[in-house]
Design a protein around this ligand. Structure first.
Ligand SMILES: Cc1cc2nc3c(=O)[nH]c(=O)nc-3n(C[C@H](O)[C@H](O)[C@H](O)COP(=O)(O)OP(=O)(O)OC[C@H]3O[C@@H](n4cnc5c(N)ncnc54)[C@H](O)[C@@H]3O)c2cc1C
Length: 387
C-alpha cells in the first residue's frame, strides 16, 4: 500500500540518507561495528556532518530542529535498517530520541547551551540510564541515590543494560533524591565521563545488536555539581521520564516497521533467486502465501505507525497510545522476521545474512523501552477502570 506520510522535504532528505548509506554503511563497516561492539566515533561524526544525526537538536544549538516531526528520523531508520545496519540505527536512536530530548525539553538554558551544540556534532554522545540490576520494569525500586551535599550531590549505585553506556560522554541518570517511592523522590542528574568514581563497565555480550554497545555503569561517591541536576529542580525525575515516553515508544515502533519491511525485501530477493525441486522458492504456494501474510502485515504496521507519526507531529500521541503502538508493532515485527528467516532456510541462520541479524536484533524490541507486558498493563488499566 502506498504511504502518504512523507512530503517533498522528507523525500529530498531520503536522498541524503541514501548517499550516506552508500558511502558509510558498507558490509565491511557492519562487520567492523559487530566485531568491535560499538559504532566508531568517526561514523557518528560523519552522520552528524551529513545532517542525519542531531536532527532533534534545535537550530539555535546547531541542530536541524526537527524534534516535533519524527518523519525525518523515520526516514533515517528506514534507510539504515533497510541496509542491514540495525546497530547503527540503534546508536542514532539513543542519541536523537533518548538523550537529546531530555536536554531540549527539560534542560536549563545553561544545560542546553553546554551540551546540545556538541551533541549535534556527535562530539558528545549521550545515554539514558534508568535500569538497575535490581529494578527494570519497576523503576520506583531503583537504589542509585543522589545525596545532597554542599554544591551538589554524591551519587552511589549501579545501572545496567545501558545502550551507548560504554561510549557515552554524558549519562542522563535516574536517581533517588528522596525517601520512599513517591514520584517526587526521584530526580535526573547528568553524569559526565571522567567524573571521579564514575566507571563504565565492560560491554555486555548480547544475542543481537552486536555493533551497538550496552554496558553497566557504576557510581561510587561521584560528586555531581548542582548545575547538573536536569532542569535545576529536584523531585521531577519521574515526570521528566514520563514526558519522553511517547517518543521513545514511537521510535521503537518505527524501527520495528522498518525492520519488517526490510525483512520482506531480503526475503523476496532470496526466494526469487534460489531454487529447489527445479522451481524458485517463491513459486511454491507455501512461500507465496507466507509472503502474502508478511506483505499485508507490513502494510498494516506502517498504516498504524504512520497514524502515530501524525499524532506525534500534532502533539496528540499520548503515553497510552504510544504503548499500544510499541507492543503491537514489535510483535508484528517478530512474526514477520521469523517467517522471513524460515523462508531463507539455513542461510537465514547465518549471521552474514541481514535477516539473521535483524531477527536477533528484533527480539529486544519486545523487552526494552518498557516490556510488552508493561505496555499491555498501561493500555489495559484505564480500560479496566483500574488506577
Ligand atoms: C539490549 C538492551 C538495551 C537496553 N537499553 C537500556 C537503556 O539504554 N537504558 C535503560 O535504562 N535500560 C535499558 N535496557 C533495560 C530494559 O529497559 C529493561 O531490561 C526492561 O525494562 C525490563 O526490565 P528487567 O530487565 O529488569 O526485567 P523485569 O522487570 O525483571 O521483568 C521480568 C519479566 O517480568 C515481567 N513483568 C515485570 N513486571 C510485570 C508486571 N507488573 N506485570 C506483568 N509482567 C511483569 C516483564 O514483562 C518481564 O517479562 C536495555 C535492555 C536491553 C536488553
Amino acid at each position: 500500500m502506498e504511504r502518504d506520510i512523507y512530503d517533498e522535504d522528507h523525500e529530498a532528505f531520503r536522498d541524503l540518507v541514501k548517499a550516506f548509506v552508500k558511502r558509510y554503511v558498507t558490509n565491511e563497516a557492519i562487520q567492523r561495528w559487530d566485531a568491535e561492539g560499538e559504532i566508531d566515533r568517526d561514523t557518528m561524526r560523519a552522520a552528524a556532518e551529513a545532517g542525519l544525526l542531531g536532527l532533534s537538536v534545535p537550530e539555535e544549538f546547531g541542530g536541524a530542529g526537527m524534534l516535533g516531526d519524527y518523519r525525518f528520523r523515520a526516514v533515517v531508520n528506514e534507510e539504515i535498517i533497510g541496509a542491514g545496519a540495525g546497530s547503527l540505527a540503534g546508536a542514532f536512536g539513543i542519541q536523537d530520541d533518548l538523550a537529546v530530548p531530555y536536554f531540549v525539553h527539560m534542560g536549563t538554558q545553561e544545560q542546553k547551551a553546554k551540551w546540545l551544540p556538541r551533541m549535534a556534532t556527535a562530539e558528545v554522545i549521550g545515554a539514558l540510564a534508568m535500569t538497575e540490576p535490581g529494578a527494570g520494569s519497576d523503576l520506583r525500586g531503583i537504589k542509585t541515590s543522589a545525596k545532597k551535599v554542599e554544591g551538589g550531590y554524591l551519587v552511589n549505585g549501579a545501572k545496567t543494560f545501558i545502550s551507548s553506556g560504554k561510549t557515552a560522554d554524558v549519562v542522563v541518570t535516574f536517581v533517588k533524591t528522596g525517601e520512599g517511592n513517591r514520584p517526587d523522590a526521584f530526580s535526573i542528574v547528568l553524569i559526565e565521563d571522567g567524573m571521579e568514581g564514575f566507571q563504565h563497565g565492560n560491554k555486555l555480550n548480547k544475542i543481537g545488536f552486536h555493533g551497538h554497545d550496552t554496558a553497566e555503569l557504576s557510581f561510587n561517591d561521584v560528586f555531581v555539581p548542582e548545575e547538573n541536576l536536569l532542569g535545576g529542580e529536584e523531585g521531577r525525575g519521574f515526570i521528566q521520564l514520563m514526558m519522553n515516553l511517547p517518543l521513545e515508544r514511537l521510535s521503537i515502533g518505527v524501527a520495528a516497521a522498518a525492520a519488517a519491511q526490510a525483512g520482506l525485501a531480503w526475503t523476496l530477493d532470496h526466494t526469487k533467486n534460489r531454487e529447489a525441486f527445479g522451481e524458485r522458492i517463491i513459486d511454491f504456494q507455501n512461500t507465496r502465501f507466507r509472503i502474502a501474510d508478511v506483505a499485508t502485515t507490513v502494510d498494516a504496521t506502517w498504516a498504524y505507525v504512520d497514524a502515530a507519526l501524525r499524532a506525534y507531529a500534532n502533539g496528540k500521541l499520548s503515553a497510552e497510545e504510544a504503548a499500544k503502538v510499541k507492543f503491537w508493532t514489535t510483535e508484528r515485527e517478530w512474526e514477520v522476521l521469523d517467517t522471513c528467516l524460515q523462508l531463507h532456510g539455513g542461510y537465514g541462520y547465518m549471521v552474514e545474512y541481514p535477516i539473521a541479524r535483524a531477527w536477533a536484533d528484533a527480539r529486544v524490541h519486545r523487552i526494552y523501552g518498557g516490556t510488552n507486558e508493561i505496555m499491555r498493563d498501561i493500555v489495559s488499566r484505564p480500560i479496566a477502570g483500574k488506577r
